[in-house]
Design a protein around this ligand. Structure first.
Ligand SMILES: O=C(O)c1cc(C(=O)O)c2c(n1)C(=O)C(=O)c1cc(C(=O)O)[nH]c1-2
Ligand SMILES: [Ca+2]
Length: 561
């Protein structure tokens, strides 16, 4: 199915209604998650399981200065591809040829950026109201004219000079509001999310993921909310039926806590620490909290809920949303009220809890660390049982294709005090080293599962965990961009590998499909160097020891003529 002409009347008008209708317009890819349902699925089937072997490179684009790789999710509207690289460089390219239409390089506070650790990568842009929106690591949200790339407005939202953190995640457009979340879990901020007027750039609201309400403030003993961390560093999504924004929040700081089982009363941040490591449901117009579920009360392991995937599934009259937590569990919620409907595990090596009650979401047998070396490795490792990139759901197969990671770490918990002056410093609270898990080598796997029950149909193993997003298509295909730099296509029903192509450097970003003219394309950023990627040389050796962390290219494929 190719439907590029459906929007011929007003080609560049992008609003929430058009995003809601994403499924009827498979030639586009309008939001980070491919549409509000977060499927990372393309309804195009020109490229399919029987002809995927005929894929070839159509064009390549080099953004330059790809420090820490190329981590973004491209977007496409009406055959034009928009994407960002490190330092928030934004490009608009002809989707058929790669020819540049415009580029925009923001002027950043380079001195500040050089002092940041989780920087200067950018994970994507948002489209709406004739503009392209991008966040910057020095705390700005910028709107560019979609046709010319000229700056329309530029709003300074985070005092990054003081707080160190900024924006790495993509924004989300909801009606006349642009929503973006800040980094924060590893520092001393309060991890805000912002709602900004789409026309003027004026800030409409701000929601603090740390102590954003009086109820939440009471869950931080010793005034620890002042330096609580939090963060909302990956984009969530929007449920138009209930006018609700779903967003995941990051961990509290310090990441690790020495108080052991007495965490309610002692240690650096006594209490449950709301709304960190939670999913929060906000009113997009006001930023008011509607409801929430804290996936890990008093997270003591850096297992953020910040993974941005909220997969909307309707089943047996129930409206559900599926959300993975970095600790390796997958939560299923009722979309009306955020009540837990199921919890299942996707990572095999987990010992930070014995289990999570699938009916209530309650943690069973938590493993709270105390000062000094832990007696046995903590599983999963700080890099997570799942990482921040997204899986893909195919409404055709009813399967969710999701990557998981098997690794643990030796951990030595130390006492820290938050440093806020003159500039916030990382507040980790432990030294650590990644090690293989009890059941074998450190590795990754792609699972094809029922997203609600977790029932597994098939699994493919990888010697090193892939750290990029997954794409599913109506052509009965699943694409996995792997860490060595090989893009692989699988049969969506069976997991059989059908095609692969080496892109020259590891993948650490998104992947999409779109149409331009009468052709279907697959676009994948190649470029290695995220935070988790830093762990690869010690664990896996070559090719990661010598893999560049400052090279990137957008590689686009189509079928041979
Ligand atoms: O709490 C935060 O604000 C925050 C930010 C980031 C980031 O901006 O990349 C990561 C994390 N947390 C994190 O927990 C994490 O596992 C992680 C992995 C990566 C990466 O680039 O591979 N970034 C981040
Ligand atoms: Ca974190």
């Amino acid at each position: 199915m190719l439907a590029p002409s459906a929007w011929a009347i007003a080609p560049s008008e992008i609003n929430s209604a058009r995003i809601e209708a994403a499924e009827q317009n498979p030639g586009d890819w309008l939001t980070y998650h491919g549409g509000y349902k977060s499927y990372h699925y393309s309804g195009l089937d020109q490229i399919n399981a029987s002809n995927v072997k005929n894929l070839e490179v159509a064009w390549i684009h080099m953004p330059g200065r790809s420090t820490r790789g190329l981590q973004s999710m491209p977007l496409v509207a009406d055959g034009v591809l928009y994407y960002s690289g490190s330092y928030s460089r934004v490009y608009a390219l002809d989707g058929a040829t790669g020819k540049m239409i415009w580029s925009h390089f923001p002027v950043l506070d380079e001195e500040l950026v050089a002092m940041q650790t989780h920087s200067p990568y950018n994970r994507g842009v948002a489209l709406g109201d004739g503009k392209v929106f991008v966040g910057t690591v020095d705390g700005h949200l910028i709107a560019l004219d979609m046709k010319t790339g000229k700056e329309v407005w530029n709003t300074h939202l985070v005092d990054s000079k003081k707080l160190t953190v900024g924006f790495t995640g993509a924004p989300l457009v909801v009606k006349d509001t642009v929503i973006i979340g800040s980094q924060g879990g590893e520092w001393t901020s309060r991890g805000p999310l912002f709602g900004v007027d789409i026309k003027t750039g004026k800030k409409k609201w701000e929601f603090f993921t740390v102590a954003g309400t009086e109820e939440a403030k009471a869950t931080w003993g010793s005034d620890s909310w002042r330096t609580g961390g939090g963060g909302a560093w990956m984009p969530g999504t929007y449920d138009p039926e209930t006018n609700t924004v779903w967003w995941g929040t990051a961990n509290p700081a310090p990441l690790y806590d020495w108080s052991g089982a007495d965490w309610k009363n002692s240690g650096p941040r006594p209490g449950t620490n709301l709304y960190t490591t939670s999913v929060i449901a906000l009113d997009p117009d006001t930023g008011k909290l509607k409801f929430y579920h804290q996936e890990l009360p008093h997270d003591a392991w850096d297992f953020d809920s910040a993974v941005g995937e909220f997969v909307m599934i309707d089943r047996d009259g129930r409206k559900l949303v599926v959300h993975p937590n970095k600790g390796g569990f997958v939560f299923v919620y009722d979309r009306a009220d955020g009540k837990v409907q199921n919890v299942w595990r996707i990572a095999k090596n987990i010992n930070f809890v014995k289990d999570i009650d699938p009916k209530t979401g309650e943690l069973i047998g938590r493993r709270d660390l105390t000062l000094g070396k832990a007696s046995e490795p903590l599983c999963p490792a700080i890099a997570g049982g799942v990482s921040w990139n997204s899986g893909a759901y195919s409404p055709k197969t009813g399967l969710w294709y999701k990557l998981a990671q098997e690794w643990c770490m030796d951990v030595d918990v130390i006492k820290t005090t938050p440093i806020t002056e003159p500039m916030a410093q990382l507040n980790i609270g432990a030294n650590f080293k990644l090690v293989p898990p009890p059941d074998g080598a450190a590795r990754g796997h792609l699972d094809a599962r029922d997203p609600v029950t977790g029932a597994k149909k098939w699994e493919v193993n990888f010697d090193e965990p892939p750290l990029a997003s997954v794409l599913a298509t109506a052509g009965n295909l699943v694409f996995v961009p792997d860490s060595r730099g090989v893009l692989r296509a699988y049969n969506a029903e069976t997991g059989q590998e059908l095609w692969s192509h080496f892109n020259g450097v590891g993948h650490n970003g998104g992947i999409i499909s779109y149409s331009a003219g009468d052709k279907q394309y697959i676009a994948v950023p190649a470029g290695w160097g995220g935070m988790v990627a830093d762990e690869f040389p010690a664990l896996f050796g070559e090719p990661f020891t010598s893999m560049p962390k400052d090279a990137g290219a957008l590689v686009v494929f189509t079928l041979k003529q």
